[in-house]
Ligand binder design. Structure first.
Ligand SMILES: [Zn+2]
Length: 381
């Protein structure tokens, strides 16, 4: 859901990324702390002090989320799982696992590590606030900040322990069900159903808050409820897709020998001789040896003035092939699906061992086949 974002830095080899939605929420939270919460807790300080506290609070929130996700990531690494990195977004953070945990024990340890880190941080910050209180007879501004961050970490730990997959609590629940029943898929299905239900319940609670006059809190609860619900449903779907794809390879789902266009073809010829005749929306561009060089989308034609079509080649408007943008025909289709999701691409070029184009794999082809198979097998998600 929040796969992209700007990379900020690396820590212990994990990439820390920021989704723009995090910045939006950070500004809102910082401003509401500086203008509402802090002045209410401790009156009479200069406005600039409240704003400085607001900025430090936002930095503290950022660090708290990163540390929570690092807790997951470091334990995952101990169990030999590859991590893609950590993305911060408006609802908190996500440590992205490259592989699914291989045992219930590993799942439990990885899931519990985040809330455990947050509980520990809450305790440390609480102790620091008490130490600050001992320094002076009147309350120091830093004490207020430390107490706020201690509370935040406590909320972070407890919220994440809700048994709603894919939240940590839902993962713990799945690990327990998995350990008891031994069936990973059934445990996931149950945990994501509970997650979807809980998300729905939370959204309902938000509606009650709104009706009770607490518009801001209520809207936020509704949003979080729907976020949990859609994340839970997506996890369930993802699992169903993985099971249905099984060990099938890319070759099974690709369109073999797609219509290609040569690099030097002009846009005018492309439209007249290729697009109107074959009516696809994307075409691989190949060189003389049949090696793919790019992917040209019919939609990109609108970026070039019609008068320039005879003198512009398709390669000039094509998206060039980057390394990693192609897959081999014998790659498991599951991995191709992961690659699409990670890169945000809905089309992958399939290239054989000689570097020649063998086919085109589209997300639509994959999903259509899956939908069909679900219908035939009466599969439920
Ligand atoms: Zn977590």
């Amino acid at each position: 859901m929040f796969g992209s974002g700007v990379t900020l830095f690396r820590i212990f080899g994990f990439e820390i990324r920021l989704d723009p939605s995090f910045l939006l929420i950070a500004v809102l939270v910082g401003a509401s702390l500086a203008s509402g919460h802090f002045p209410a807790v401790h009156e009479g300080l200069p406005a600039s002090t409240y704003w400085i506290l607001g900025i430090f609070a936002v930095l503290g929130i950022f660090a708290s989320i990163v540390l929570h996700e690092l807790g997951h990531s470091l334990v995952a690494r101990r169990f030999g799982m590859e991590m893609r990195g950590i993305t911060l977004h408006m609802f908190g953070g996500a440590a992205e696992l490259e592989d699914e945990p291989t045992s219930a024990g590993a799942e439990l340890a990885v899931a519990a590590a985040g809330p455990a880190t947050s509980f520990a941080l809450a305790g440390l910050l609480k102790l620091a606030a008490m130490a600050a209180a001992g320094l002076s007879s009147t309350e120091l501004p830093i004490e207020m900040l430390l107490r706020y961050l201690a509370g935040l970490n406590l909320v972070l730990a407890i919220f994440n322990l809700l048994p709603a997959f894919p939240l940590d609590g839902g993962r713990i629940l799945r690990a327990v069900l998995w350990a008891r029943g031994g069936d990973h898929d059934r445990a996931t299905r149950l945990a994501s159903r509970i997650g979807a239900g809980l998300g729905f319940g939370l959204a309902g609670l938000g509606v009650l808050q709104i009706l009770g006059g607490r518009l801001g809190d209520g809207l936020w609860t509704v949003l979080i409820g729907f976020f949990i619900r859609s994340a839970a449903l997506a996890s369930g779907l993802d699992l169903a897709a993985r099971r249905l794809l099984g060990d099938a390879t890319v070759a099974r789902f690709m369109t073999p020998d797609p219509v290609t266009v040569p690099v030097a073809l002009s846009l005018a010829e492309f439209v007249e001789e290729v697009v109107y005749r074959t009516r696809h929306d994307t075409y691989p561009v190949t060189d003389g040896a049949g090696r793919p060089r790019g992917l040209v989308a019919v939609g990109s034609l609108s970026t070039v003035a019609r008068e320039a079509w005879p003198s512009t080649s398709v390669m000039e408007v094509a998206e060039p092939i980057e390394s990693g943008g192609t897959v081999a025909p014998d790659l498991p289709a599951k991995q191709a699906l992961d690659l699409m999701r990670r890169s945000g691409r809905s089309r992958l070029l399939v290239v054989d061992g000689d570097g020649r184009l063998a086919g085109l794999l589209t997300l639509k082809d994959l999903l259509d086949t899956l939908t069909l198979r679900m219908r035939i097998e009466g599969e439920e998600m």
